[in-house]
Design a protein around this ligand. Structure first.
Ligand code: ASP
Length: 462
């Protein structure tokens, strides 16, 4: 009997586990003394190709080790660049054909309304879970003053930079922020990957197309459809390399950072991961179970099997924007959500729907308040929730984006922004986890909207 090839999501998960093991081994055992035995006394300079007398004895084995590390990083970054190359065209063409394909402005309003309702409802639940966890677990009470001061000193420089970026963002004010979403030049938005502006541009062009007679809009829509199909075909090809890329990305990350950074803030990390787990494993499945028709229930297993490639990629890239093409592919091909819904919901979701980010920000701000001994009132807890929800909507789907935005929430309740240094120490790991939730949330919205439209699982016309 011929053996079935292993499904992609299994390959990616196995690669993820192997990457974790390989990275941990390198982090533990590839110490400066190993470099020294290879003739390298200043590894930092050697790895950065800086000439140094200390490394004059470096021979072929040392060069080979450096080459291997660089090649590993190259493969992971190449994969991410290819996906990023696709992210902007996917948003534009998918959204134009989705909006134009819906046909009339009333239907766009209906589907758009349901989508925003779903984004809003899941966001509110995520924030409530976060406030409840932060309030009851009190992760800040588990850190000693000594550990707090040590981490702040270590990450002070980096955190100051992020806080400054947040100030620049905040100083704009609400109306300037809203105006900033409206593109004055769509090509500028595309060139600078300003995702909110790109979404707005595609939306406007799509609406314009619905107002034209079909014989005028038809060729433009067909052109966009052709390009959207072409980029999605590229995603299918790129995904064949996903197991290798995921291995490289994880191995590189763990080999540099290790898992030791987690120790002193373990309770906080567990609180965030626990909250994300509740959203992912309880809130989302329950919502889909309740809101999909009986004939086509989206079960727990079906959803997670379908979304596994996107989830593992979200975990290893920490970027919902880079994962977008794969999210679309999984929702469409594996969860059987019709293209017109996927193309509409996912591109908007990557920019607007950030449940994991909101949850993370709430728990982090409450954690820091507790750490600094600041007693927040109930009203201040609510302020944190509301601010985090608003800030999450404006957070781009990029690695570490939350930490920049968090300073705004911290300041809303008077928690010292230097605390950003503490969460920065463990941010990357938590970023990997919250990005899974951000990506899964988009797929949940696809399923719920398609379920309510009665189109979930319907075969698409060829
Ligand atoms: N990395 C997250 C994402 O891409 C954003 C964040 O930092 O929360 O979805």
């Amino acid at each position: 009997m011929k053996r079935q090839p292993l499904a992609l999501h299994w390959k990616v998960l196995i690669a993820l586990a192997l990457g974790l093991v390989a990275g941990t081994l390198v982090h533990q055992f590839w110490t400066p003394s190993v470099w020294a035995s290879l003739g390298v006394s200043d590894p930092a300079a050697f790895l950065a190709f800086k000439p140094s007398d200390a490394n004059a004895g470096a021979g072929l084995p040392a060069q080979a080790a450096r080459f291997l590390g660089d090649a590993n990083e190259f493969v992971g970054q190449l994969f991410l660049r290819l996906l990023r190359f696709i992210a902007v065209p996917v948003v534009i063409f998918s959204l134009i054909i989705a909006v134009a394909g819906v046909g009339d402005v009333r239907t766009i309003g209906r589907i758009g309304g349901k989508t925003l309702l779903c984004f809003g409802a899941t966001l509110i639940v995520a924030v409530v879970i976060a406030v409840a966890l932060g309030w009851t677990v009190k992760p800040g009470s588990f850190v000693t003053d000594e550990a707090r001061d040590r981490i702040i000193a270590q990450y002070a420089g980096e955190s100051a930079q992020r806080v400054q970026t947040a100030h620049q963002l905040k100083d704009e004010g609400v109306f300037a922020y809203l105006l900033g979403i409206v593109p004055t030049n769509p090509f500028n938005a595309i060139a600078n990957a300003q995702m909110l502006q790109v979404v707005a541009s595609a939306f406007l062009i799509g609406i314009g197309l619905t107002m034209l007679p079909r014989e005028r809009s038809g060729p433009v829509i067909a052109f966009c459809e052709g390009l959207a199909e072409a980029v999605m075909q590229l995603v299918r090809v790129f995904m064949l390399a996903a197991p290798v890329a995921v291995f490289c990305l994880i191995a590189q990350f763990v080999s540099v950072v290790g898992v030791g950074a987690l120790q002193s803030v373990l309770a906080y990390c567990l609180c965030v991961v626990g909250g994300l787990g509740i959203v992912l494993l309880v809130e989302y499945p329950l919502l889909m179970w309740l809101l999909t028709p009986r004939a086509n229930k989206m079960t727990f297993g079906r959803f997670f099997r379908g979304m596994a490639p996107a989830a593992t990629l979200a975990f290893s890239s920490s970027s919902s924007s880079a994962t977008l093409p794969v999210t679309i592919q999984c929702a469409r091909d594996r969860l059987k959500v019709p293209s017109e819904i996927v193309n509409f919901v996912c591109p908007m979701g990557t920019t607007l729907n950030m449940d994991g980010t909101a949850l993370y920000q709430v728990i982090s701000v409450l954690f820091l308040a507790q750490l600094y001994g600041i007693d927040l009132t109930l009203a201040q807890h609510l302020t944190v929730g509301v601010m985090a929800a608003v800030v999450a909507v404006g957070t781009p789907g990029l690695p570490g984006a939350s930490v920049v935005m968090m300073a705004i929430v911290l300041e809303s309740v008077g928690v010292p922004t230097e605390g950003v240094a503490i969460v920065l120490a463990v941010d990357r790991v938590l970023d990997m986890c919250r990005t899974i939730v951000n990506v899964a949330g988009d797929a949940v919205a696809c399923v719920v909207v398609a379920g309510s439209e009665g189109t979930l699982g319907k075969d698409e016309p060829a």
